[in-house]
Design a protein around this ligand. Sequence first.
Ligand SMILES: [Zn+2]
Length: 92
Amino acid sequence: MASLVPCPHCGIRPKEEFTIKGAALPRPAPDAGEQAWMDYVYLRDNPRGQYEEFWHHTSGCRRWLVVTRDTATHEIEASRDVALGGNTEART
Ligand SMILES: [Zn+2]
């Protein structure tokens, strides 16, 4: 069964068109300190359930998206454009 991703610009697309970059974590302030940046760059939780990740629609609109994916079932619930925010949310 193919996984489908709802792109806010292109509609429902196969996951093979996307490049996954990783967890969509809040970026620390530039002066947050070495430990905050170490955690941001190198440390990841491994949660079970819904998780937000950065996905690039490489073979489509070439926009960066935040995709909400369930780590246990791999079902994708929604996505939104990183630059345009929640106004662009698309759901499966
Ligand atoms: Zn797209």
